[in-house]
Design a protein around this ligand. Sequence first.
Ligand SMILES: CC/C=C/CC(=O)SCCNC(=O)CCNC(=O)[C@H](O)C(C)(C)COP(=O)(O)OP(=O)(O)OC[C@H]1O[C@@H](n2cnc3c(N)ncnc32)[C@H](O)[C@@H]1OP(=O)(O)O
Length: 728
Amino acid sequence: MRVTFSLFHALAVLNWLLATESLIYFSLAVLQALEDGLKRADADPSVKAVTICGENGKFSAGADIRGFSSPNKQGLGLGPIVSLIERSEKPVVAAIEGIALGGGLEVTLGCHYRIAHVQARMGLPEVTIGLLPGAEGTQRLPRLIGVPAALDIITTGRHISASEALKLGLVDEVVEENTVEAAIRLANRLIGQPLGHRRLSLKPVPKLPNMEAFLTEALVKVKKRAQGCLAPELCFQAIKAATEQPFADGVRKERELFNILLTSGQAKALQYAFFAERAVEKWTTPSGASWKTASPQPIRKAAVIGLGTMGRGIVTSLVKAKIPVVALEQDLEYLNTGRKAVMLLLEREAMKMEQGGQTLDFNNPARLQFAVDFDVLRDVDLVIEAVFENMALKKEIFNKLSRICKPEAFLCTNTSALNIDEIASVTSRPQQVIGTHFFSPAHVMRLLEIIYGRHTSPTTIATAMQLAKVMKKVGVVVGNCFGFVGNRMMFPYVQQAVFLLEEGSRPEDVDQVLEDFGFKIGPFRMSDLAGLDVGWRSRKDQGLTGPTLAPGTSARQRHGYRYSPLPDLLCEKGRFGQKTGKGWYQYEKAGGRTAKPDPWIHSFLSEYRDTHQIKTRFIDQEEILERCLFTLINEGFDILAEGIASGPEHLDVVYINGYGWPKHRGGPMFYASTVGLPNILAKLQKYSEIHPDVPQLRPSAFLKKLVAMGNPPLNDWMSYLHRQSNKL
Ligand SMILES: CC/C=C/CC(=O)SCCNC(=O)CCNC(=O)[C@H](O)C(C)(C)COP(=O)(O)OP(=O)(O)OC[C@H]1O[C@@H](n2cnc3c(N)ncnc32)[C@H](O)[C@@H]1OP(=O)(O)O
């Protein structure tokens, strides 16, 4: 993508043009060219007005994000240029097409007038990459649109449409045709008119009757949403400075805060996460399949089987993505319950979309159909099976689908752990069978784990990835193993959390440490939310508990390794979590959501320790954090070594988007790289010596190899996978 910053002679339209070719995002060269162009326009008496626009229908995506981590940082060079634009004695009009983001939008704030194309999007997304608008944007925007709107845009980083920008007064005009021509026409009309009142730096910030109270309340909200992320609060501080100080002092404060963020590890982590998400979009498999070798097939009609919690969310996502969908249930009773729930979800989504000026059409049978008869699936291009996690049931359904669906239809299974190859084996088209692991609630959560089996074709992977994109999800292609990437890494984390309870912690202690780290929700609150019975059923299926357990099996050992029966014991007492009003916590009622520490659990744990002669000990925060996180990371290294994921970015994107990992810590593997692999190895070795019966604490061979290779940067890890290490 390329953009041109063009300064047009507005009187004799286009008879004077300075064009500077550059990337859509600013580099030092673009900044220099912009400054030179402005100075030339200012000095040339034949130029009466200036228009700034982008090239190829895009204004600008702001600074080159990679530049922030290079030694030659360009972030602060733009402010003086924006001031230069504003000081111009000749009217300057911004013609905003496509996108004007970050530094791009800040350039327009220096202009005296702004015209936007009806389809343009604007925003100051710096907060999402751990920064703040550092080219005087935190000082100009509140002066233009007032504090509440500026605070919302700057602290959330959300993109706004041209029509919203017009309502807020961020742009002066929205056009449907040629924006640049409209801007030139406006610039012509402005020649000779006074500009003082259009210079935002000279304007006061609009007053609110209750500014102090408003800011106090706003800070509480910003902090709550930020969950340990620094940038939103510093954005707030910069805007607050605009309400309290003259423009120049506010700009000084903005720079100071910008520098704090720039040198914080959080900005680095968030910028890594930005590129990681884009890296996983370019999927590859160990056999070399990728976008280059496969084209996605069009999905004109889809079907979802099973209208439980997952199915309902998947149907909603498909309808929102404007893909006609058939929703299927086993009988009319289930169908009617499912239909009501889906319609409720869709009504809520439609309401949300209406607020943003969009509509959602779901009452049209051509868009959404409910059925109990598999025959309606004959013409669909893709089926997503979302019945509960039972291999026999899934196989029965896939066998039926294989017979009924047209030969080219793709068959997806929404499973969180089951073997894709086994499911595919009962069909006549294993090459078109793929795992699509949605996360609950499926219409909200962005992650979609896409699991290819031994026979899955590259076309099937490409089609699933394309579907993820259309559904506005982040598709991550991974290999087939029990639990895939997300749940496989989650298992040792939860296991450690439970072992910590056996040894002396309480559920609320463990949750607190992990929530302070930045997780949206700790492992025990999460388990209560998801339902303890889900894992119980799976453990019974695996013969780890329940009637199939061999008599005489030791309570705290399975297959020679440590096992904790605590979750099974809770289930045996009917404590399934929120749904029964009791789990690791107590709730106000069955279905209640407010978790309260439960004295019953505390005495139950102490009796349990007495029964099993475990001496209760005090466990500090460091140990809780290390044992939970480092085992999760350790599993990640095994996953990489086995080729289940093609890079650490995949694991990080899965954890950020599906498991509530704090984005400002970049994901577990990025976090590991910041802690230092030798430190992680040393801690795992220490804990493994103390708990030799827990294999998940034994350091992964790949982790050991990377440490032996000198702790290389995360980008290089995969290149060491097959290299010989003399030190091992
Ligand atoms: C100079 C003073 C300081 C100013 C502060 C700033 O300006 S900070 C930067 C603020 N801007 C942003 O945060 C915008 C980030 N980009 C996006 O939100 C999106 O990329 C987009 C511009 C809305 C386009 O989205 P789309 O889905 O169409 O494409 P991709 O996201 O896949 O991007 C295409 C490739 O472009 C790379 N890229 C996009 N923006 C930037 C950027 N600002 N800096 C560097 N690189 C950027 C992106 O990584 C993709 O490249 P690939 O090589 O294909 O991965």
